[in-house]
Ligand binder design. Sequence first.
Ligand code: ADP
Ligand code: MG
Length: 458
Amino acid sequence: QWLKVRERLRAEIGDVEYKTWLLQIVLGPLEEDEVTLFLPTRFLRDWIRGQYGDRLEALWRAENALVRRVELQVVRPATAVPIAEPAPDSTPAASTPRDRVEMGEENPSNPGPEARHDLAAPLDPRFTFSSFVVGKPNEFAYACARRVAEKPSSPGFNPLFLYGGVGLGKTHLMHAIGSELTQAGGVSVAYMSAEKFMYRFIAAIRSQSTMEFKEHLRSVDVLMIDDLQFLIGKDNTQEEFFHTFNALVDAGRQIVVSADKSPSDLSGLEDRLRTRLGCGMVADIHATTFELRISILEAKAQASGVVVPGKVLEFLAHKITSNVRELEGALNRLIAHANLFGRPVTLENTQDVLHDILKAHDRRVTIEEIQRKVAEHWNIRLTDMSSARRARAVARPRQVAMFLAKHLTSRSLPEIGRKFGNRDHTTVMHAVSRVQELMERDVAFAEDVELLKRMLEG
Ligand code: ADP
Ligand code: MG
């Protein structure tokens, strides 16, 4: 299977990229639902995760429908003892024992004070409170998470329910709580996605070890379940989670749960579960603001040690607005390129390096924007875009705005007409062909229109 996946990917991305990046991957353990791939350095792991992670997962699934996740892990060769001397070029032995691999990251020979909880997923050491950038949209969720990490199971904060859109920091905050508590010691923390919870549960049923599974889960001090929306429609797993939940809360243990919606909006979860989920602290992470995106980029650029000009940060924060993960991915790619080719990051090479990402994020231009820019350009009043005046000085710009609306938005002709003072769609059609004609005849006019078009496309 791995060979097939590799060949497919090679066909997709071409030989050069394949040899540069993917040849160093070594196949690790295969579990029922998870494939682990080993990489020799953290840099490579991040790079491959960012560039090819989704494709790797999709291709694996195409080969084997049971695979849910492809896990990328950094593994140094079993013989690399000194932590201070990384050996980035060597490949790990494929037979590296599983337990060592799970202890994972940079120093496999030093498992740290805690033995890792068998059932739980490992915590990502990068997701800490100090690496979380706080701003208006997330300050409440952050404060709640800190509070739980300081004093788990305090009344009013149990369960802690974090919710918000994709890539806004829910998982980050959960890992931060986990790391903080584990480091303080004496507290056992289990973190896993709801999906993993379900697969573990099913595996336990299959191997007739549900008792063990339950006992194990109910023995932890803090249970964190990520992306609970996954349990919608999975009634048996919900039921099991509900009982675990009750047992833990009754025993004074802390629960932290995340989801993409608030408890009351998670239709498809059993009512009694929703009710219990909502009775502790519910904290909402809002969409990022421009300011927060800038602060996040500044923090990450600084941590990388690569100088990224403010103009580039502003550009990214402006272009990629939906999701911090993508914002971070774009910045990481810039940094990787700068490191790889030893050249500074500039606005020009940013556009180049991020070509594909930026295309996907092109802001949709609105008709209002078009009208504003065009009115500004020919120095007419914005209201004349929808007025009945027919004087050439206003009629021509109006036609250009209609032309641009047709070319730059996905609006239909009648929709465009409506935005221009309820004009008929035939008027719009006429305007479009008229502008076309004029552009062919009048070079200066054509330049004007092209310029406007470029400005609007940003
Ligand atoms: P979610 O679980 O809500 O989908 P994640 O917690 O996985 O999102 O966040 C996606 C990425 O964005 C992670 O790499 C995370 O570190 C980063 N991130 C999100 N919000 C912040 C923030 N406020 N400060 C720093 N990094 C952030
Ligand atoms: Mg998440």
